[in-house]
Design a protein around this ligand. Sequence first.
Ligand code: DX5
Length: 229
Amino acid sequence: MPKTTPTSRSELDPVIVASVLGADYARLGHEVAELEAAGVDRIQWDIMDGRFVPNLSFGADVVAACRPHATVPYEAHLMVEDPDQWLQPFAAAGCDTVLVHAEASRHLHRTLSRIRDLGVRSGVALNPATPLACVRHVLDQVDVLLVMTVNPGFGGQAYLATMEGKVAEARDLIARSGLGTMIEVDGGISAATAPRAVRAGADLLVAGSAILAHPEGRTAAVAELRRSL
Ligand code: DX5
């Protein structure tokens, strides 16, 4: 059974989520096992359709094939034009959280309800230009609010510090609403930027290249990230 991670914020140190976008695709099963051994709390699959973002990545069968190789929770970050058709396949592939983009969802409240009806955590991702107001009326349906700190599509991009204002605004909105929604950030997260994102209010930190391309290896990278917080 996948390892569960606490869902209430009070139990959490910041959660380290490894993005496998920059992993070695010829050995993905080994890569997720190595990331778990390196100490990450969750693994995020960046699902790209070449339309919502100018890049193409994994299908649900790839995620399902890797599920047996790690016990940490999997997240599917759907960077796709029509997310509704992919909710069930990625839940069935073993993802514990399915995140859709607000910009790609015509009926976001219904989509979030459908994700929860599948028995997995629901998430909404906001591109840098998308205001927090887009999720204000559906926040009770959101387990994870992903504030993108880069424009989605590629790893290794520069962290957009201007997004810290949106993270802080989200933290305030969630606190005032009394909900347990967790805030995730994704893009350019490293030992240099993670403390800033956490100070702004982030609970979950998605890191790809800071872990996968670290010169001293994945375990050192995860330890360095945790020490920075
Ligand atoms: C953007 C992707 C990346 C990836 C991590 O579409 O979502 O943010 O997860 O990339 P880096 O290398 O910036 O951590």
